[in-house]
Design a protein around this ligand. Structure first.
Ligand code: NAD
Ligand code: ZN
Length: 242
């Protein structure tokens, strides 16, 4: 059990593994390819320039898969932890689905964007809610300015969102916990190295991440099985659903 005291400030980083038990495939596990494309081939500015229809076909598929998914006990346990800790809790996710929110999380920082938002690739119009699917031969969605509407996703080669807030929270945390993330996608993979001298660093997932050596502790198993009984907050076990 992981004991949290009133002086703890918790930074949680989640990855695709947290949504795996909800039926959303990870990229690097079995079945991680889409129609024989590697993720980098459909999730990059280069792919968007070369073949925006292929990119929209990929994100339309992902919207359909994520649109059917329901949060699992890992999402529920983290929402419960947020409730118990209030502003001593910071949740940063690399996931673009909305399962943390569906579980009741109030303040999720989506560093890689959100699947159910789109934005214009030309003008400064802010990102907007969009669950549309644009499979070929449908026309590409267009903005009034003439630009093309693209998914509000941080692609490979682009800068993640909200990095200033994220580094502030990393600096202030006493417990850093990475859950279901393979530790290969930067800059998230280096967060643990950034905090290891001032915070406990814990990994949760079924296998060792690539950056394992930077963590002080690891709990090996499925997030949905471990998280609901992992935390003790200010002397009381955290109960999920209670
Ligand atoms: P990844 O695919 O590289 O790694 C997934 C990790 O999850 C692996 O380490 C695996 O061992 C672990 N895992 C598998 N099942 C698990 C379970 N039941 N409980 C806990 N862990 C489990 O994913 P990543 O590190 O998040 O990075 C890849 C990129 O993939 C990110 O940029 C992210 O945006 C994107 N992605 C997002 C989603 C989503 O939004 N749900 C899905 C796939 C990929
Ligand atoms: Zn526009």
């Amino acid at each position: 059990m992981l004991r949290l005291t009133p002086s703890d400030r918790v930074f949680i980083l989640t990855g695709a593994g947290v949504s795996a038990e909800s039926g959303i495939p990870t990229f690097r596990g079995a079945g991680g390819l889409w129609r024989n494309y590697r993720i980098e081939e459909v999730a990059s500015p280069y792919a968007w320039q070369r073949d925006p229809r292929l990119v929209w076909e990929f994100y339309s598929m992902r919207r359909r898969v994520a649109g059917e998914a329901k949060p699992n006990p890992a999402h529920l346990a983290l929402a419960r932890l947020e409730q118990a800790l209030g502003d001593r809790f910071f949740l940063c996710t690399q996931n673009v689905d909305n399962l943390h929110e569906q579980a009741g999380a109030q303040r999720v920082v989506h560093m890689h964007g959100e699947l159910f938002k789109s934005r214009c690739d030309s003008c400064n119009r802010p990102p907007f809610a969009d669950s549309g699917t644009y499979d070929p031969p449908a026309a590409l969605p267009r903005c009034d300015c003439g630009g093309t509407i693209r998914p509000h996703i941080c692609w490979f080669g682009e800068t993640p969102f909200e990095m200033e807030r994220i580094y502030d929270a990393l600096e202030g945390c006493t417990l850093f916990m990475a859950i279901g993330t393979s530790g290969v996608v930067e800059p998230a993979a280096s967060f643990v190295a950034y905090v290891r001298h001032h915070a406990r660093a814990v990994y949760v997932g079924p296998e060792e991440p690539s950056n394992r050596s930077s963590f002080s502790d690891a709990y090996f198993g499925k997030a949905g099985e471990l998280l609901p009984t992992l935390f003790e907050v200010d002397g009381k076990p955290l109960t999920v659903g209670g």
